[in-house]
Design a protein around this ligand. Structure first.
Ligand code: ADP
Ligand code: MG
Length: 845
């Protein structure tokens, strides 16, 4: 049993704006217990200007200042906990602090860089590394990911997550058994046999969390997320199993309702926004007071789930995340105060060992059989009849598998039957003699069996290696495609910039769209815009099928919406991150590729060396036989040299292989980050799109006869005009790629209702609701086209009316054109950009 108080650490987040000095100081020397002093600026204390300088001092196990990186945090905080989990103790690490102080950054990691990965992915890497090193035990890992929002538990790894919003999912509920052990109903456990699988589960959960979040529920700041690694271990042959759980907890933001002003004692009375944090505090207070017999764990789901972590069988660590800026000082002080209380709580961690009844039964059955056999031998009960053919064959098989079994402790069990024992010996002798005669020379056999030994792991590696190489090749191609696309995009953006500078009218009349719809170029562009963008991310999806489903939203979009999405994406800040990550990925791929080649070389070199050694042996033995000389006892120098070369090559191979494996994990991580960024982008786009749709409906002007003809004339027109609006909003590189789809029809009301607004940024709805001078300079366009009533009968009447009017207008245009020039009438009949001119003629009329 390990008795320990909860360990408390502090981590100070780098400020958004620099020059925040003098607000706090860290004293690491004071009798070896580091302390953090928060100094109130004079103008802040009591809310009045006064000359009193107030400061608060808090002690922590260790304090990590702004410059502490994720590696340091992992090494100092998480690694020791992970170590005891591997030994069989429960562990918990929870991050506590106000919103924005770095809880998620610390627990899960940053969304951009691989080096920013947090405690969870690093712990997974560490645990899997250790499992691989320790061959004395058999380990199994399961993962669960629970979110507690509003006192309800949700399974972030529930496969039904995709279709439902958070609230529709079956709730995870708490069951308590007679021994007061907590069980969670509806929380799925997923086995993870590799680091990649575990990582995929983490990202799947995070993506689910992001998708379920709405501006209303603000789940990320108001919910608690508990990522749990369940680890079981067992020694081979033993019936004792160890179970350990590691909870990695990202708590809700600890901010309180009332900003009471620092320094006032009111501070302690301020209430949490989050009720369950209030209950957590109650539990902590109860635990830190000596004579309390009742601890109110049951008051909230979070305290029930973390019951063992708080004052129970667990090694618990708290990280107080602090954002020590002037305006956050009161929250930071209350975070530190909370930590001081937590530090008083004593936990008693015990090894969670239990006997597996099934394994026990097996063991006992074996023991009984052995005893029976022994008894039979002792009592001299011998059978005399001959063994059948089948029995003999069975015995020979047993002998063979016994010889092949690599386990040094394996046994040849034939029971207490001397006939069988004799036959086995007989058979063994035969095998040995056969080997002597046919094996020709035992030496070469030993060599080949040795090389077999060495090779026994290699088919696996070989297979994995081949897989990796295929993936690399595939990724390489994909990257080439992506790079080409990016080049094209860049070129187009430059062109658009150039065009945007031109006079709008001139543009409308003199320029056709970059790639007219009917032209082969246009076709190509469209082909390469939509699907290749999908490919953009689907390459990531190939590998993580779990997440791929999440990014499938795209396929349901109409083409118009996809175009809007492309534009939205291009201007989004995250696209820079995605591009950066793509670059890094590219580097990693080429590194992996080069490494793959070197590994290949090393492998063939190893093969050659082995071959040479074997040859040498054969020669030596042959020499010995022909010359009737004994095989020289002295080690052959040439062979020694070859062997040391072989060892060296093997070492090199191993190092490169380890690096390739690490690269694989990094590539996987980066791809998952990109997947996540993509889902985030889509989600934000959906929100923006919905907002735009609402704005358009609100702002939509009354039906104007001419305006309404536009969408029905031909959608490529309306989209083209939209695209011109984009280019003319002088939004820099904005342009619409791929022209109208021609697919919009009367029924596609929704699509038109929410045509993308010219404003590219998600925050631009403010601009679009208030008209800017620029907008005024552009003639009003039919933004939402047809205002519908929602009543199907009335709506279909409206649509029928507009359709009829449109066909009359179309006839009029044709007549008009025929009178002007027969040639243009022909071109009008084809779906081409000439219609632009037509509609302008119409507008002019
Ligand atoms: P919380 O989860 O506590 O609300 P986050 O972890 O989301 O806060 O952090 C808020 C922002 O600050 C994020 O953009 C995050 O990347 C950044 N951040 C937090 N801690 C650090 C740190 N130690 N170093 C760099 N950036 C950080
Ligand atoms: Mg967070």
């Amino acid at each position: 049993m390990v008795k320990q108080t909860i360990q408390i650490f502090a981590r100070v987040k780098p400020p958004v704006r620099k020059h925040q000095q003098g607000i706090y100081s860290i004293d690491e020397d004071e009798k070896l217990i580091p302390s953090l002093e928060i100094i109130l600026p004079r103008d802040l204390a009591d809310g009045f200007v006064n000359n009193k300088r107030e400061s608060y001092k808090f002690k922590f196990q260790r304090i990590f200042d702004q410059d502490a990186n994720q590696e340091t945090i992992f090494e100092n905080i998480a690694k020791p906990v992970a170590g005891s989990v591997l030994e069989g103790y429960n562990g918990t690490i929870f991050a506590y602090g106000q919103t924005g102080s770095g809880k998620t950054f610390t627990i899960t990691g940053g969304a951009e860089r691989y080096s920013d990965r947090g405690i969870i992915p690093r712990t997974l890497t560490y645990i899997f590394e250790q499992l691989q090193k320790d061959s004395s035990k058999m380990y199994t890992m399961h993962i669960s990911y629970l979110e507690i929002y509003n006192e309800c538990g949700y399974d972030l790894l529930d496969p039904r997550h995709e279709a439902s919003s958070l609230e529709d999912l079956p709730k995870v509920t708490i069951l308590e058994d007679p021994d007061q052990n907590i069980h969670l109903k509806n929380l799925t456990l997923h086995q993870a046999t590799t680091e990649e699988e575990a990582l995929n589960l983490l990202f799947l959960g995070d993506t689910n969390r992001m998708i379920a979040e709405t501006p209303m529920n603000q789940a990320s700041t108001r919910s608690h997320c508990i990522f749990t690694i369940h680890l079981s271990s067992k020694e081979p042959g033993s019936a004792t199993v160890r179970h350990a759980k590691l909870h990695l907890v990202d708590l809700a933001g600890s901010e309180r309702v009332a900003k009471t002003g620092v320094g006032g004692h009111l501070l302690t009375e301020a209430k949490y926004i989050n009720l369950s944090l209030h209950y957590l505090e109650q539990v902590i207070i109860a635990l830190s007071e000596k004579h309390r017999s009742h601890i109110p764990y049951r008051n909230s789901m979070m305290t029930s789930v973390l019951r063992d972590s708080l004052g129970g069988n667990c090694m618990t660590t708290m990280i107080a995340t602090l954002s020590l800026e002037k305006r956050n000082l009161d929250e930071s002080i209350s975070t530190c105060r909370f930590a001081q209380r937590v530090a008083l709580i004593k936990n008693e961690a015990v090894l969670n060992e239990e006997i597996d009844p099934r394994l026990m039964i097996k063991r006992l059955q074996k023991e009984i059989q052995e005893l029976k056999d022994e008894l039979a031998m002792v009592t001299g009960e011998q059978r005399t009849e001959a063994l059948t053919e089948a029995e003999l064959l069975q015995l020979e098989k047993l002998v063979t598998s016994f010889l092949e079994d690599q386990d040094p402790e394996s046994r040849l069990e034939v029971g207490a039957d001397m006939r069988k024992v004799h036959h086995c010996f007989h058979h063994l002798k035969k095998l040995l003699n056969d080997k002597k005669i046919f094996g020709n020379n035992t030496v070469s056999n030993t060599v080949s069996s040795e090389s077999k030994d060495q090779d026994c792991q290699e088919p696996l590696k070989e297979e994995e290696y081949r897989k990796l190489r295929d993936i690399l090749k595939q990724r390489d191609n994909e990257i080439n495609i992506l790079v080409n696309m990016l080049k094209k995009e860049k070129k187009k953006a430059q062109e658009a910039l150039h065009l945007a500078g031109m006079d709008r009218r001139e543009f409308r009349h003199s320029q056709s769209p970059p790639f007219p719809l009917g032209s082969p170029e246009g076709q190509r562009m469209r082909l390469s815009s939509a699907p290749s963008q999908a490919q953009d991310f689907s390459i990531l999806g190939n590998r993580s099928s779990l997440l791929h489903k999440k990014t499938g939203m795209r396929e349901e979009m109409s083409l118009g919406r996809q175009e809007a999405f492309e534009i939205f994406k291009r201007d989004h800040a995250d696209s820079v991150t995605i591009d950066d990550n793509k670059q890094i990925l590219k580097q990693r791929f080429s590194e992996a590729k080069a490494l793959g080649e070197s590994i290949n070389e090393a492998r063939s070199k190893i093969g050659h060396l082995k071959e040479e050694i074997t040859q040498r042996h054969i020669q030596q033995v042959a020499l010995g036989i022909s010359g009737n000389m004994a095989v020289p006892l002295m080690p052959d120098q040439q062979e020694e040299k070859l062997r040391s070369q072989l060892e060296e090559e093997k070492r090199r191979y191993k190092t490169m292989f380890t690096r390739l494996k690490a690269l694989k994990v990094e590539i996987e991580h980066l791809q998952l980050l990109m997947d996540k960024a993509k889902v985030k982008l889509q989600k934000e786009f959906e929100v923006w799109w919905a907002e735009e749709a609402t704005n358009l409906q609100v702002n939509s002007p009354a039906v104007n006869s001419l305006d309404h003809t536009k969408p029905f004339l031909q959608t490529s027109d309306s989209q083209h005009e939209q695209s011109q609006l984009f280019s003319n909003k002088s939004s820099g590189g904005w342009e619409v790629q791929g022209q109208g789809t021609g697919r919009f029809d009367v029924c596609d009301v929704n699509a038109r209702k929410i045509l993308p607004s010219p404003c590219p940024s998600p925050h631009s709805q403010k601009q679009s609701s208030t008209s800017t001078p620029l907008e005024d300079s552009i003639p009003k366009r039919p933004m939402s086209s047809i205002p519908l009533t929602g009543d199907s009968q009335t709506d279909s009447d409206i649509l029928a009316f507009i359709k009829a009017r449109q066909s009359i207008l179309q006839k009029q245009y044709l007549q008009l054109l025929c009178s002007l020039s027969p040639k243009s009438a022909v071109s009008f009949a084809q779906p081409s950009t000439n219609r632009k001119g037509l509609s302008d003629v119409l507008v002019a009329r």
